[in-house]
Design a protein around this ligand. Structure first.
Ligand SMILES: [Zn+2]
Length: 585
């Protein structure tokens, strides 16, 4: 075939596969072009992005750009709302049966494709009559620039392996924290504002735009869908059976074929694994709220221009899907949320099942090893002249590793102000105790925990937490908080308040006070008291003798023996190693 015929054939193929009902972007007038459209290796700065949305907001009545809460940068967070009916109110939009799509950009300002793609998308939705139909049943809320302080720290070097744009922001924010680990602990004002904004809208679908690192392969865009086995099962079924197949199909039609995010231990052809997006991550936080969530990850080695367009079309395809399936999505979310609120048991943590694999078709580049000219050692390389398409294993089944029985209520002492604050940002329904009251509760005794040896995002995160529930009667103080379960926010409540959950407030060091004893005893003074206690208490004496018989080290350790008696005496403090948040069963 001559090259001329080939070209004609390709043009025909392009139009037959990509037109269909698809809406093509209009060529915008010069003054409405985004900075990216003027120079396709330039990503809009924070100031340029806000100025552009302000310009759109002056020109069109269907969009507003408003500050929403603070960020660590000193500048406010902005929310951009595009609503065809111009009500800009979540309650009204929800009661009229619309779905809400929330889009977050520049959480990692070095990965800014979404910043530029969202600006163009907003304009098309407003300027282009055909595109405006995409908002018939959807309100779209855009966070133009989430990590503002990171975005202001602009340069060209912090993403060593990335192909453009020419300048971009830095991952860490003004506290050098990664905002995509901050959604539960909320050390930043950004996370506080996000928690509140997210709960104001309670979006049905959430997209957080990123760029990947790692292996080389043919795809411009990869996709992290929130972990299906962690999502409520009806919502998960909808996402995996209805939404994902359509998104994959439509992206392929648009010339941006996707693959699941390439999370691999070696090269991708050895297999890739589904990502466990714990609640600390944006999509995991969204899943706690029964929101279907995605992190598109564009590929860092593909030109910036292609990456931006891939994200643009991903969001457009999502709007298409929402427009056609809004009723079903709202129904399935309501059902899922109710089901979760009425369930008796809940999973807290999950682990990847390596025995369960799916096969997916993967378009990669052959990997090889050769001698490094730098180190002289063997080095990995991907050969772009040797593309392949083959089946590879996809590990995407997660099993629960800890399940708890849901209590009737939790009691939070008012002293734990940071916990209460976060629950309030998340619209958790709470009541105050009206007077000092004795209540039968279950308190966890903390038997064991491990902590990270070096700081992780500003914390010495705890893990492998083991507890024993102890029934007791305790005095609950006037003003303490009671949270009854069975509410729409159960999942957030349980996964933050149960200490064994990987992103619980306990894990994030909110209650470290109870992990250190405050009083102690002097052995020489306690000797006589210990003797007296053993004489008076026969069961204590039996336990003590048994321990000495069975534990040789103990039998030779005088201090340990006195401590054994001390810990079982009225002198021992009740706070140490006792989890302060109580359960009412
Ligand atoms: Zn990222």
């Amino acid at each position: 075939m001559t090259s001329r015929y080939l070209t004609i054939l390709l043009v025909i193929l392009f139009f037959t596969t990509s037109c269909g009902t698809k809406k093509r972007i209009t060529s915008s007038t010069e003054d409405m072009k985004t900075p990216f459209e003027i120079n396709d290796n330039h990503s809009a700065t924070y100031e340029e992005a806000i100025a552009y949305y302000n310009l759109l907001s002056q020109k069109y009545n269907q969009i507003i750009t408003v500050p929403f809460g603070l960020t660590d940068s000193g500048f406010p967070l902005h929310e951009v709302i595009i609503d065809k009916d111009m009500v800009f109110d979540p309650e009204v939009s929800k009661s009229s049966g619309k779905v809400i799509l929330l889009v977050n950009n520049a959480i990692h300002p070095g990965e800014p494709c979404g910043v530029d793609a969202s600006m163009m998308l907003a304009r098309e939705l407003l300027e282009n009559k055909e595109w405006a139909e995409l908002l018939d049943q959807t309100v779209i809320v855009i966070i133009p620039f989430y990590n503002i302080s990171g975005g202001l720290n602009r340069g060209s070097y912090s993403r060593a392996n990335q192909n453009g744009p020419e300048e971009y922001g830095f991952r860490g924010n003004a506290q050098n924290l990664d905002l995509n680990r901050d959604f539960i602990k909320a050390d930043t004002r950004n996370a506080e504002s996000f928690n509140r904004l997210f709960n104001k809208w309670d979006p049905d679908v959430f997209i957080d735009n990123h760029t990947s690192n790692g292996a080389d392969y043919q795809y411009v865009i990869t996709l992290i869908a929130t972990q299906k086995d962690k999502l409520q099962k009806d919502i998960s079924k909808y996402m995996t059976r209805e939404m994902l197949p359509e998104l994959y199909k439509e992206m392929k039609n648009d010339g941006y074929e996707m693959t699941p995010y390439v999370f691999s231990r070696g090269t991708p052809d050895e297999g890739i694994a589904g990502f466990l997006d714990l609640p600390r991550y944006s999509s995991g936080y969204a899943a706690m709220n029964h929101t279907i969530s995605f992190m598109p990850e564009t590929h860092m080695l593909k030109p910036f221009k292609d990456r931006v367009w891939s994200v643009f079309y991903f969001m457009e395809n999502m709007l298409h899907h929402l427009n056609e399936n809004y009723e079903e999505i709202i129904k399935v979310r309501n059902k899922g949320r109710k089901e979760y609120a009425s369930a008796k048991e809940h999973d807290l943590s999950w682990t990847l099942d390596f025995d369960e694999t799916d096969e997916i078709e993967f378009k990669g580049y052959e990997a090889g090893y050769k001698e490094s000219k730098v180190t002289g050692q063997s080095r990995l390389y991907y050969d772009r002249d040797k593309p392949f398409t083959k089946k590879i294993p996809f590990y995407n089944t997660y099993n629960s590793t800890a399940t708890i029985k849901k209590p009737k209520a939790y009691i939070i002492p008012q002293a734990y102000r940071k916990v209460i604050e976060r629950l309030k940002w998340n619209n958790v329904v709470m009541e105050r105790v009206e007077s000092d009251t004795l209540i039968d509760v279950v308190q966890y005794k903390i038997d064991n925990y491990e902590s990270r040896k070096s700081p992780y995002e500003g914390h010495y995160l705890h893990y492998n937490v083991e507890v024993t529930p102890v029934e007791k009667e305790m005095l609950i103080r006037k003003g303490d908080y009671i949270i009854y379960t069975g509410q729409g926010k159960d999942r957030y409540v349980i996964e933050t308040l149960e200490p064994q959950a990987p992103d619980s407030f306990f894990a994030w060091n909110f209650m470290d006070g109870v992990l250190m004893s405050k009083e102690y005893f002097s052995s020489y003074v306690f000797e006589e008291r210990a003797e007296e206690l053993l004489k008076k208490d026969r069961s204590l004496r039996r336990a003590f003798e048994k321990k000495k018989d069975e534990d040789e080290a103990f039998s030779k350790d005088a201090r340990a023996q006195l401590r054994f008696i001390y810990e079982r005496s009225p002198h021992y403090e009740q706070q140490y190693m006792h989890y302060p948040i109580l359960r009412i069963e």
